[in-house]
Design a protein around this ligand. Sequence first.
Ligand SMILES: Cc1ncc(COP(=O)(O)O)c(C=O)c1O
Length: 280
Amino acid sequence: MKLQYHIKMIQQQQYQGFVTFGGAFSNHLAASAAAAEQFGIAATAYVRADSLDQQNPTLQYCMARGMKLIATDRPTYRQRQQPDYLQLLAKRHPDCLIIPEGGSSSAGVRGVASLDLSATPAGPANVVACATASGGTLAGLITAGAQHHKPETIPLTLGLAVVNDSSLSERVSSLLAGSAEKSANWRIVATAPDVRYARCPAEHVDFCCQFALKHNIALEPVYTGRALYKLYQMIAAGDFTAGSRLSFFHTGGLQGLAGLYYRQLINQQQYQLLSAAAVG
Ligand SMILES: Cc1ncc(COP(=O)(O)O)c(C=O)c1O
């Protein structure tokens, strides 16, 4: 979804491949590697890690699809959005499209905006919510809301932030293209301000397990589980008026479960339960 227009750009503008960025367990890297393999495109990723752990299931998945991985220390990785560093990478990888972390570029936003997630079985949604990290998904849903609806029926788009990043709101604003999108009704809410990214506290893991048992739908506790847990808390706190229709975007990320188990952030029983629901 965030990758589709990047792939089109590579094909139409005759790039040889792409370069992108991500953490060692990144869903974006796994998705990029799968897309690269499917479309026969060369892929290189700068991985936020001092060295490449050959046992890491996400990195194994990427390497098996032919992605070239480059371990990148944190100070260097932090430069990933800086123009000087991007210029250096453009020289180092001529003929490659540089895709930002998370695929969150204007092309990524356009891909998400092609989805209209505002229908619920009970009628049009008043609120469309998603897990938010690098901001592209949220910017895409805001854009979709502005494009697919009359001004008076645009739903509130809610970004449930799973990272504690004070620049997120500014980043989302800068990803919004037109004035309709910029003036749209959207908000970012912190999911668990005291919990660092990807820490998986017991309440988030338990919530995912209960959800899998009840609905046979897998979540994972870093993105969708953490975000939906917060949405449920907001509902319980009366943050939405009675009769509101909420749409939550399940953004996947289930490949990350193997990495959580590998790092012992979830136990074997939890891993089995969530993985079984993922394919169930
Ligand atoms: C499963 C999952 N959901 C949601 C997000 C958040 O998307 P964005 O980075 O566009 O805010 C990510 C980002 O990595 C993700 O992996």
